[in-house]
Design a protein around this ligand. Structure first.
Ligand code: PEP
Ligand code: MN
Length: 371
C-alpha cells in the first residue's frame, strides 16, 4: 500500500507525527518513507509493507497529511504502475527531465579511449544541441585480456570536457560499488561540471548485492539494462531492487536478447517491449540500438539497421536512446564495428526527430479515437 502525502508535508509537524504514529502501530505492517526533493516541491510517500490486506484505504486516507492511498497488488511495488495510479512519471536530474513522455538521446563513446576523441564527441554533441552522452570508463569484457576501460584515470578529463561543452548527464556503466565513490570523488575534484547516470549493464542485472548498493544511494539516477538471457519479469524485479533500496530514479534499458534467432544482428531486438514496460511500470524506457544490432549494416533503402531499430523504438514511445558513436570506429578499443561515425550524427538526430514526431501523432490519433 502506498500512502501519498500532500506536497511539501512538513515531517517535523505534529500532524505528520500523529499520522506516522498510527501507521507504525498497524499490526504486522512496516512503514518505509520515500522522499523526493524537487526544486518546486518535496513529495513524500510512505510504503506500507506486510499484512496490509486488513488495512482500510478510507481509514488511512482520513489521517492528516494524507492525500491519497493506492493499494498495490502487483509485484513491482515501487516501480510498478498500479491501478488508479495516474501519478506523473518523471524525475529531474541536473536540469534534464526523464519521464515516460520525454525523449533524450545519449550518443557517445562505448569506451573512452583518448581525451581527443572525448572532446571531438562532445563538441559534435554541443554543435547539435545535445545535453547528454554516454562514456564508458569501466568496461565489462568477455575476455580478461581485452581492454577493460581506463577506469578512474579518465574521469577528470571526461567530466571537465563535459562541462566545457555543456553536457549535463553522462551515462556511465559501473561494475563495482567502488566505482561510485571514484565517480563522486572525480566530480568533486573537478567542481561538478556535469552529472552522471550510473549504468548497470546486462551482465549485472541480477548482481543483487550491486543492485542493493547502487539503490541505496540517491545522488545519481540509474540506467538499468535488461538482462540479456532472463525474462522481462526478472529484469523488472531487478529494477525493484534499486527502488526498494531507496532510489526510484531508474530508467529501464532494452538492449536486445542473446539468442541465435536474432542473427545476423548481435542480439534479438526487443523494442516491442517499450510499451509493455511503460504499461507495467512507471519507469522511463531506454533503447540501445547499438548493442542490439551490433553492426553497421545498411538496408537497401539506405538506412543503417541501427537507425531502423532506433526509429522502431522511438515510434513505440521510447524515452531515451543510448547509442555508440566514435570519431574513428576502426581504431575504437571496444565495439568499433557497431559505432556510428561523427558525420552521421546530424542524420541520426534528424531521423530520431522524424520518429518522435510520428509517435506524438500516433498518441494524438489514439486519443481522438478513444473519445
Ligand atoms: C554498454 O552499454 O556499453 C554495454 C556494455 O551494454 P550491455 O550491458 O547492454 O551489454
Ligand atoms: Mn559496448
Amino acid at each position: 500500500m502506498i500512502v501519498i502525502l500532500a506536497p511539501n508535508t512538513d515531517t517535523e509537524s505534529d500532524d505528520y507525527r500523529l499520522m506516522m504514529n498510527h501507521l507504525t502501530h498497524l499490526p504486522n505492517v512496516r512503514a518505509r518513507v520515500h522522499q523526493e526533493v524537487g526544486t518546486q516541491q518535496t513529495l513524500t510517500e510512505i510504503y506500507l509493507i506486510g499484512e496490509t490486506g486488513a488495512v482500510e484505504v478510507a481509514d488511512v486516507e482520513s489521517l492528516p497529511c494524507v492525500e491519497r492511498v493506492v493499494r498495490v497488488s502487483e509485484e513491482y511495488r515501487i516501480v510498478g504502475r498500479h491501478a488508479d495510479d495516474p501519478r506523473a512519471t518523471w524525475f529531474d536530474y541536473n536540469g534534464v527531465r526523464f519521464g515516460q513522455d520525454t525523449l533524450n538521446v545519449f550518443a557517445g563513446l562505448c569506451a573512452v579511449d583518448t581525451p581527443e576523441h572525448v572532446e571531438e564527441m562532445m563538441k559534435a554533441l554541443a554543435d547539435h544541441g545535445q545535453m547528454c552522452t554516454r562514456m564508458g570508463a569501466y568496461k565489462p569484457r568477455t575476455s580478461p585480456y581485452a581492454f577493460q576501460g581506463h577506469g578512474s584515470a579518465c574521469l577528470h578529463y571526461v567530466f571537465e570536457l563535459a562541462g566545457k561543452y555543456g553536457i549535463k548527464v553522462i551515462a556511465m556503466e559501473i561494475t563495482h560499488e567502488s566505482h561510485i565513490e571514484e565517480i563522486r570523488e572525480a566530480l568533486g575534484r573537478t567542481g561538478h561540471p556535469t552529472g552522471v547516470m550510473l549504468q548497470i549493464g546486462t551482465r549485472n542485472t541480477q548482481n543483487f548485492e550491486l543492485l542493493k548498493i547502487v539503490g541505496r544511494q540517491t545522488e545519481f539516477p540509474i540506467l538499468l539494462k535488461r538482462g540479456f538471457g532472463i525474462t522481462l519479469e526478472e529484469s523488472l524485479n531487478a529494477a525493484e531492487y534499486l527502488a526498494s533500496g531507496g532510489n526510484r530514479n531508474v530508467v529501464f534499458g532494452l538492449r536486445g536478447m542473446k539468442t541465435n534467432m536474432g542473427d545476423p544482428h548481435r542480439n534479438f531486438v526487443d523494442f516491442a517491449h517499450v510499451p509493455v514496460v511503460k504499461r507495467l511500470t512507471r519507469m522511463p524506457v531506454c533503447i540501445d540500438p547499438s548493442h542490439s544490432v551490433g553492426t553497421r549494416e545498411r538496408a537497401p533503402d539506405g538506412l543503417l539497421d541501427v537507425m531502423h531499430v532506433t526509429a522502431q523504438g522511438i515510434i513505440a514511445g521510447a524515452n531515451m536512446v543510448l547509442v555508440d558513436f566514435h570519431p574513428d570506429p576502426p581504431t575504437a578499443l571496444v565495439d568499433g564495428p557497431q559505432a556510428l561515425r561523427m558525420e552521421e550524427l546530424p542524420h541520426f538526430l534528424e531521423d530520431v526527430a522524424i520518429a518522435r514526431e510520428a509517435y506524438e501523432k500516433r498518441v494524438a490519433t489514439a486519443a481522438r479515437y478513444q473519445q
